[in-house]
Design a binder for this molecule. Structure first.
Ligand code: FDA
Length: 403
């Protein structure tokens, strides 16, 4: 197995995989272990770039609680078969086979103890064992179906004929890391429909006025309940220089559509009005802002009081009705984000190749025999928390057993 651009391509292989990311490398190793000759091509200068940058450099490679409910897609049933046949436990066993140390962070999210590099090395080692060849810096120029069976693929490194062609080129997020719409173009070439794509797991941007109001807050984070018309999440939110981020915001962004209000409960699990009334009984002379600083940072308290045009007075000066209104105003923050940071920083792409036209058992196209789609290029998108990699592994495993 080699991971370079230097050598010529083999003229003929059983399986050609385009895209040496999570799904492509996994599929190559599974197919290679079945005795198929496999070649993986990628246009980037190195393999697995998104794996390397994932999970803050520690790759959140799966989630202990993976279930089909953690995925979006027009056909929510499509992911079930592959996820059931290659589970989080299968990938964990592979991680353990390679002696990679890992830990659970929160909510079942498993991360490498050391570095994401461990996961790339795992995949390359599996490919080596399977005698799958990997070439980088290879541009795919043209794909032509052969008359009887298979494909002829023209590349910057030469021509390859293959029986099975696997498209594992991922989604559109982070173009600087090699993301392209190539997979969608190939799907269209063979008559597939593409579910409209959209950046997801992505920070919100706010308008200039809102940003000016929160200029002291970037870096501040707190636990919230984030909700919009289509979903809700209880996680951390982070103020940024451009708007809002953090897991709660990334998660809700997958449900959000332009112009839709988003509501943040800033004290989840607490009835703020009731709590303030209780505090008034205990600390009559304490000022509102001092008491609120027990819940939130001083900067956040300042921001919330200003946003609601509230004066801080000793608690004994507030009547029951006033405290009730004040608690509601401070606890619930509803805003309409100006937009998102888009594909430049999004973790994933919603939409993709329509799964009604792909076999959920093998990932083979129903339009073109021998053509397969795996990973993020399909209209299957996971929540934040290791689910997207689990989909890459599971869909790749399903195709790898068939190609
Ligand atoms: P992937 O994007 O991994 O691979 C596609 C490959 O195709 C790339 O190597 C690319 O260079 C190649 N390619 C593209 N166009 C091509 C062309 N025209 N010709 C040749 N090759 C081409 N998920 C998760 O579960 N846990 C996490 O911790 C994270 N963290 C994370 C952080 C960041 C910053 C991002 C951007 C994303 C994540 N993700 C994540 C999401 C996860 O990285 C993503 O869902 C998977 O990598 C998708 O795997 P694929 O193999 O489908 O695509």
């Amino acid at each position: 197995m080699s991971d370079s651009s230097s050598s010529f391509l083999p003229g003929t292989v059983d399986v050609l995989v385009i895209g040496a990311g999570a799904a492509g490398l996994m599929c190559a190793s599974v197919a290679g272990k079945r005795g198929r000759s496999v070649l993986v091509l990628d246009h980037a200068n190195k393999v697995g770039k998104k794996i390397l940058m994932s999970g803050g450099g520690r790759c959140n490679f799966t989630n202990l609680y993976t279930s089909p409910d953690n995925f979006y897609g027009v056909n929510p049933h499509f992911c079930k078969s592959a996820l059931a046949r290659y589970t989080q436990w299968d990938f964990i066993a592979l991680v353990e086979k390679h002696g990679i140390p890992y830990h659970e962070k929160t909510l079942g999210q498993l991360f490498c103890d050391n570095s994401s590099r461990d996961v790339v090395d795992l995949l390359l080692s599996e490919c080596r064992e399977a005698r799958a060849q990997v070439r980088t810096r290879c541009e795919i120029q043209r794909i032509e179906p052969l008359q009887v069976k298979g494909f002829e693929v023209h590349t910057s490194l030469g021509r390859v004929v293959c029986e099975s062609l696997v498209i594992a080129t991922g989604g559109l997020s982070i173009p600087t890391m090699g993301a392209t719409g190539f997979g969608y173009e190939i799907a269209r070439q063979f008559g597939h429909n593409i579910i409209p794509t959209r950046a997801a797991l992505v920070p919100f941007t706010l308008n200039k006025r809102a940003l000016a109001r929160q200029q002291e807050l970037p870096g501040t984070s707190l636990a919230v309940n984030a909700s919009c018309a289509l979903g809700h999440f209880h996680e951390q939110m982070l103020f940024t220089h451009k708007g809002l981020s953090g897991p709660a915001v990334l998660q809700i962004s997958s449900h959000w559509k332009e112009g839709m209000p988003v509501t943040f409960d800033l004290a989840p699990g607490l009835n703020l009005s009731g709590w303030l009334t209780e505090q008034r009984g205990k600390k009559q002379e304490s000022f509102l802002h001092t008491v609120l600083a027990e819940l939130w940072s001083k900067k956040l308290v300042q921001f919330l009081l200003q946003r609601n045009a509230l004066q801080s007075k000793p608690l004994k000066q507030y009547g029951d009705g006033e405290l009730r209104d004040l608690g509601e105003k401070l606890q619930t923050w509803t805003l309409i984000p100006e937009g998102t940071e888009g594909y430049r920083t999004a973790e994933v792409t919603l939409g993709g190749v329509n799964t009604d036209e792909v076999s959920s058992r093998s990932m083979e196209s129903m339009k073109q025999p021998g053509l397969y789609f795996i990973g993020e290029v399909l209209d299957v998108t996971g929540w934040l928390g290791g689910f997207n990699f689990q989909w890459a592994w599971a869909s790749a495993h399903a195709a790898g057993g068939e190609v």
